[in-house]
Design a protein around this ligand. Structure first.
Ligand SMILES: [Ca+2]
Ligand SMILES: [Ca+2]
Length: 89
């Protein structure tokens, strides 16, 4: 399994097992309560998914680059929801 796939799988497991819904996950990781997930908040999510800590920063950056459709360097609800939907099916 490629590293990328393995990381995505870990995140998927985290979201499926620890949270009732994507809303609950977003609320949990949105530490400053602004409704967006910033790089450091995504990094926490990645760490919770038991991805190697040395990789968590890079993985968080990649996730944002990939999912941030409006290019504001953070994920809003629609961006996050789409990602979790893709992950959870
Ligand atoms: Ca936030
Ligand atoms: Ca965005």
């Amino acid at each position: 399994m490629s590293q990328k796939k393995e990381i995505l799988k870990k995140i998927k497991i985290l979201l499926a097992q620890k949270f009732e819904s994507p809303e609950a996950a977003l609320k949990f990781f949105d530490k400053n309560g602004d409704g967006f997930l910033e790089q450091n908040e995504i990094k926490e999510l990645v760490k919770h998914a038991e991805v190697n800590r040395f990789l968590s920063g890079i993985v968080a950056t990649k996730i944002i680059e990939h999912l941030d459709k409006d290019a504001n360097k953070k994920l809003n609800w629609n961006e996050f929801k789409k990602a979790t939907k893709d992950l959870l099916v």
